[in-house]
Each structure stands twice: as structure tokens, then as C-alpha cells.
Ligand binder design. Structure first.
Ligand code: AMP
Ligand code: MG
Length: 410
């Protein structure tokens, strides 16, 4: 397959394929308690040691009985032979009687039906049931949710809050997970100053450091923040050596073009190897991938919006696969475009968009502001990307693929 279009740019799909082919999932594991397991990646399939629920239990407050004891088409009165609150162990049901039962309580052996209390009149001694009782109702059967021995989650799964609940529901208190992938983060540029410092002439604040740190944290990675790096070969080489020694992967921003002040390419090549890709992505385009003394290296562009996009689209799947996760590619969902755009001739565009409900209740994707690669406010105001596919136009009212930021930040 040739993923390059006529302008010699590499398509996003081909760049992703190359990145993912190079990603080596780490193999070190550790055991963590469920309390610490949110966002971690399971290192082994998890089987349930129990049935959930562990026994037939009542879905209602009411009366448990044998359906055969009811009179067809008329009211039935039965003596109450026992009371079963949740947590109690019931006696077998005496034939010809009913048991008072509460939601979640185990159904007594011999009973096959629970009648909800709204269909009953009762006193301490007996209960009268309505005429239209249906057999087998209001019982949650043993194993309705999970059967003993069933695989509840598989290796490579990233644990969400509901997964922690699921594991707890089968009695699992700790799980084997891959150790956290450690990512070294560096931002190149003589023009950068840190927020909180005064802004001297000719400088800008270092925003990429915080965008990337946030993305790494949101995805559950460990990281080493190496701060900003001056645009000199010496400073760049020094920080790259440290990054290679301390981390599983290095991510940098800026300095990957081929200008006089772009030293990343030369230094990475000196210490390892580097491919500079011109990706057919907007915002974005330059993306560097290689290794520094054997540690994988991803060089993102410098522009703040390009950083967010290239991290989310290219670096995220690579890092998640390296972390051992199996669900590393986001699923685009079709949404209706509330705007039109001409044919995307050269680059696939990731448009910062918002899903907005109109007065008729229809949801449409609207552009979230300027799409310039330097503009971060529209990334902040957006809640996802509309993918403007290479070679296609967008017509208002048509379906377009949408990638939610909440998916890309998990
Ligand atoms: P570069 O690829 O180094 O030429 O950077 C491209 C553009 O992104 C320039 O306008 C830089 O000033 C800007 N830029 C680079 N790094 C950062 C950063 N960490 N925070 C904000 N803007 C940056
Ligand atoms: Mg620069």
C-alpha cells in the first residue's frame, strides 16, 4: 500500500501504521489493589470465582411462594411462614405458605415466584394475593449477571470506574497490571518562559508543556518533566541523554523542522536515528519518529494546536500500545455537520468542533473557532474533532466522522 499522496505527504493512516508497528508493549507487571487500579491496563484475563448473583434473589419487596399454590383467576390467601430480609439465609418454603421477602434477599428453596407487595394485602399471619399472578416473576436468577468461571475482563483492558465495580462484584480485590509507561517530556525553544514569570520582549509562555503533561496524566502514564530546552545542540543533546536514561519513551515539542534553530533532528540522529515525516495532517505536518540510544522518540511540532492534535491522533495510540493496552484507537462516530468546507486537497484536517443542539433538538457539529495551528482557545472551547477526510469536502447537513475529546483523553 502506498500511503503517500501526490504531494509526497504521508497519510495519517500510514503514519499510524508505522508507529503502531514499532510500538513494543512493555511486559513488566505489578499487582495493585482495586483502589489504585483506575486507568491501569490489565496484565491478565480475569475470571469470576463466583456466580453473580450468588443465588436466586428477589427483585422486589413482596411475598415468595410456589405458583402451584395460587388459585387460577381468583385471589389466594396463604399463611406467612417466614420473614426473609436481605442478608438472611432462608429456610425451605413450607408447602402451601408464603414468605415475606425483601429486595435482594435470597428466594427460599421451593419458591418459584415473588409477588410484589403492591399486589398483596397482608397482616402478621397471612397474605392475600391478587388474582392475576404470573409464574416465575420478580426473581433474579443465580448467575444472571456473571457465571462462575466466566472471563469478566481481558488482558489489555484499561480499567474504567465501572470495571472496578465489576471486579469488586466478583470478589476480586487486587489485579495484575502493567507497570506505568514512563514518558520523558521536553519542550524546545529559546522563546519560551514559564507561566508565573514575567514575559520579556520576544518571548511567549510555554503552553505545550502543560497541554502535554495534562494529556499524559489523563491517559494514566508516568512522566518525567524535563522542562524547556534551549535551542542549542549542547542543551538538546544533554537533555536527550537524560531522557533516554530515565524513560521508556521521549516526547518533545518544537524544533523538528529543518530551520537553523531546530536542533532536535541533528541531536537525535547523533545519539540514535530519526525519520522526519511530513504527515498529511492539519494542524500538524512535521512529525519525527526515531530512537535515542534505544529509547523511542516522538518529536511533535511546536504550534500549540498542532501539539494537541498530533499527540491525540499519533502519539496516544503509540503510547497506549506500548503500555500494553489493546483499545488504543479511538472510534469515530458520525455526526451531522453544521458547516461546509471545500475539498481537503492535501491534508486531512482535524477541525476543533463542538456538538451543539439547535432549537428543534437536533445535534450538529459546529466549528469551535479559528482553526489556525497557533490557536489554542478553539481547542479548549471544542469538545471533539470533526475529521475532514483527505480528498473530501464537507457539506452542511451531511454526516462527518467525529472524535470526542473525552475519548481521546482516556
Ligand atoms: P518550532 O517547531 O520550534 O519552530 O515551533 C513552531 C511554533 O510553535 C513557534 O511559533 C513556536 O514559538 C511555537 N512553540 C514552540 N514550542 C512552544 C511551546 N512549548 N509553547 C507554546 N508555543 C510553542
Ligand atoms: Mg522552536
Amino acid at each position: 500500500m502506498n500511503g503517500c499522496d501526490r504531494s509526497g505527504l504521508m497519510t495519517v493512516e500510514e503514519a499510524l501504521e508505522k508507529l503502531l508497528a514499532a510500538a513494543q508493549p512493555l511486559s513488566d507487571t505489578e499487582t495493585v489493589s482495586l483502589m489504585q487500579a483506575l486507568g491501569r491496563v490489565l496484565a491478565a484475563d480475569q475470571q469470576s470465582p463466583v456466580d453473580v448473583p450468588p443465588a436466586d434473589n428477589s427483585a422486589m419487596d413482596g411475598f415468595a411462594l410456589r405458583f402451584a399454590d395460587c388459585h387460577a383467576g381468583e385471589e389466594t390467601t396463604l399463611p406467612i411462614s417466614q420473614r426473609i430480609p436481605a442478608g438472611a439465609v432462608p429456610e425451605p418454603l413450607q408447602p402451601g405458605s408464603a414468605a415475606r421477602i425483601f429486595t435482594g434477599a435470597e428466594v427460599p428453596p421451593g419458591a418459584d415466584t415473588v409477588v410484589m407487595q403492591e399486589q398483596c394485602r397482608w397482616d402478621d399471619a397471612q397474605v392475600t394475593l391478587a388474582a392475576n399472578i404470573k409464574p416465575g416473576t420478580n426473581i433474579r436468577p443465580i448467575g444472571q449477571d456473571i457465571h462462575r468461571g466466566a472471563t469478566v475482563l481481558v488482558r489489555g483492558h484499561r480499567l474504567k470506574p465501572q470495571d472496578l465495580g465489576l471486579l469488586a462484584s466478583v470478589g476480586i480485590a487486587e489485579v495484575p497490571v502493567y507497570r506505568r509507561l514512563k514518558v520523558a517530556l521536553l519542550c524546545t525553544g529559546d522563546e519560551l518562559v514559564e507561566p508565573g514569570e514575567p514575559l520579556p520582549p520576544g518571548h511567549i509562555y510555554n503552553s505545550n508543556r502543560f497541554t502535554l503533561m495534562g494529556q499524559l496524566q489523563a491517559l494514566g502514564f508516568d512522566y518525567v518533566d524535563l522542562g524547556r530546552v534551549a535551542d542549542t545542540p549542547e542543551a538538546t543533546e544533554q537533555v536527550l541523554r537524560r531522557a533516554a536514561a530515565e524513560a521508556d519513551c521521549i516526547i518533545s515539542s518544537g524544533g523538528v523542522s529543518v530551520g537553523d534553530e531546530d536542533h532536535v533532528k541533528g541531536c537525535v540522529e547523533k545519539l540514535g536515528s530519526l525519520d522526519l515525516w511530513r504527515m498529511a495532517i492539519k494542524p500538524g505536518k512535521p512529525l519525527a519518529f526515531g530512537q535515542v540510544q534505544g529509547t523511542p522518540f516522538i518529536g511533535l511540532p511546536g504550534n500549540p494546536a498542532s501539539v494537541f492534535v498530533t499527540f491525540a491522533i499519533a502519539a496516544r495510540p503509540y503510547l497506549l500500545k506500548s503500555q500494553g493496552a489493546s483499545d488504543y484507537l479511538p472510534t469515530p462516530i458520525p455526526v451531522i455537520a453544521g458547516f461546509s468546507r471545500p475539498h481537503a486537497a492535501k491534508r486531512q484536517e482535524y477541525l476543533r468542533a463542538r456538538l451543539v443542539q439547535d432549537t428543534q433538538g437536533n445535534v450538529r457539529a459546529q466549528l469551535a473557532g479559528s482553526q489556525s495551528s497557533g490557536v489554542l482557545s478553539s481547542v479548549s472551547q471544542g469538545n471533539g474533532f470533526v475529521v475532514h477526510r483527505l480528498g473530501e469536502s464537507i457539506d452542511e447537513g451531511n454526516a462527518v466522522p467525529y472524535l470526542s475529546f473525552s475519548d481521546l483523553l482516556f
